[in-house]
Design a protein around this ligand. Structure first.
Ligand SMILES: C[S@@+](CC[C@H](N)C(=O)[O-])C[C@H]1O[C@@H](n2cnc3c(N)ncnc32)[C@H](O)[C@@H]1O
Length: 323
């Protein structure tokens, strides 16, 4: 596998808090990279990194990843094909991973480590155990429910035997002032000689210590206190302004007529939106929110709404381009 230029780990350590430095960057392995959610997060956190390898098996998400970040270091591969030597040779500083969540989701069969889709994750844990030179940092994301799984127990055992200190969380973007509900399990781990900026706990934390320093900085200061008493920004800050023709994304009248009562309808001033799932657009309920825009409409439901609230309305499917 082709690797990008090497860099000194000592320098990286010295520059632990550095941001956007061209030459001294963390060497990153993005496993299960999907469309690049972890990489967007690293960019938002202003971490200086270089992608040694970003790996996913799925050609569709790989096309989107390359659209978002280009092709350098990005490979379509099965994680099961990596050996310990392959990973050792990468001289990594950070591993991020979002392993398949189907073995743990509430609506799935919960086959956990018995599920075929967990095999590659167990393989990676074995590799981390065997590495002579461990990455400084590991970050894992998965669905709520992972915290009670055998896979999670295997992860914790690997962290402990490999010399990491770690913290587990259940967090949602709303905790950080972002208007989306998406409760997820996170594990962050550091090699034991490095401390966290907080005292770690054996308990799963439901909020980030010092959360205010990680909050989304709303440029318009439109934060509102929502029903959970969290200070959350409105959707307005996240809606793309474009000249794109939104006609293809309109919800057809017959769908509106049938499902309007179960759709989660939000507008640009809303401080929440539902978690988007793979079934978005195919099912009306529980798969993501729809946006009520203030553009004119011909549809029946909209006429009713217009009469009711005295404004012209139209509904668009919210297009989720990035995770
Ligand atoms: C939960 S998704 C990751 C989503 C990702 N965080 C993102 O931002 O899009 C899991 C990903 O793992 C990939 N995957 C599953 N098994 C794999 C394997 N054995 N090797 C490589 N990729 C795999 C899937 O194709 C899927 O994109």
């Amino acid at each position: 596998m082709a690797l990008v230029d090497d860099c000194s780990h000592e320098k990286v350590l010295q520059k632990e808090n550095s941001i956007n430095i061209d030459k001294e960057r963390y060497r990153l392995l993005e496993l299960y990279c999907g469309i690049g959610g972890m990489r967007f997060a690293l960019d938002a956190a202003r971490i200086a990194y270089e992608v040694v390898a970003a790996i996913d098996i799925n050609p569709v998400v790989n096309t989107i990843y390359q659209h978002n970040f280009g092709s350098q270091g990005h490979y379509q591969k099965n994680i099961l094909s990596f050996t310990t030597d392959d990973i050792e040779d990468m001289k990594l500083d950070i591993i991020t991973m979002s392993p398949p969540c189907q073995p743990f989701t509430r609506v799935g069969l919960k086959k956990d480590t018995e599920d075929e889709r967990s095999k590659s994750f167990l393989h990676i844990l074995k590799i981390i155990n065997e590495l002579q030179r461990k990455p400084f940092y590991c970050l894992l994301e998965n669905v709520q429910g992972f915290e009670n799984s055998e896979a999670r127990n295997a992860l914790i055992q690997t962290m402990e035997t490999s010399g990491y200190r770690y913290q587990e969380f259940l967090l949602t973007p709303q905790d950080f002032g972002i208007p989306n509900s998406r409760l997820r399990y996170y594990l962050i781990a550091k090699l034991r000689e490095e401390r966290f900026s907080f005292i770690e706990s054996q308990q799963l934390l439901r909020e980030m210590p010092n959360v205010n320093s990680y909050r989304f900085q709303c440029p318009k200061n439109c934060h509102k206190i929502n029903i959970d008493e969290k200070k959350v920004c409105s959707l307005k800050q996240f809606l793309e302004k474009s000249d794109e023709n939104f006609e293809p994304y309109l919800i057809p009248d017959h769908v509106l007529l049938k499902y309007w009562s179960v759709l989660d309808i939000v507008n640009e001033n809303s401080c929440n939106s539902c978690c988007f799932t793979k079934a978005y657009h195919r099912y009306a309920q529980g798969t993501g929110s729809v946006l009520l825009s203030n553009q004119p409409s011909e549809c029946f439901i909209c006429h009713v709404a217009q009469c009711a609230v005295g404004i012209k309305v139209q509904m668009y499917i919210v297009v989720a381009r990035r995770t």
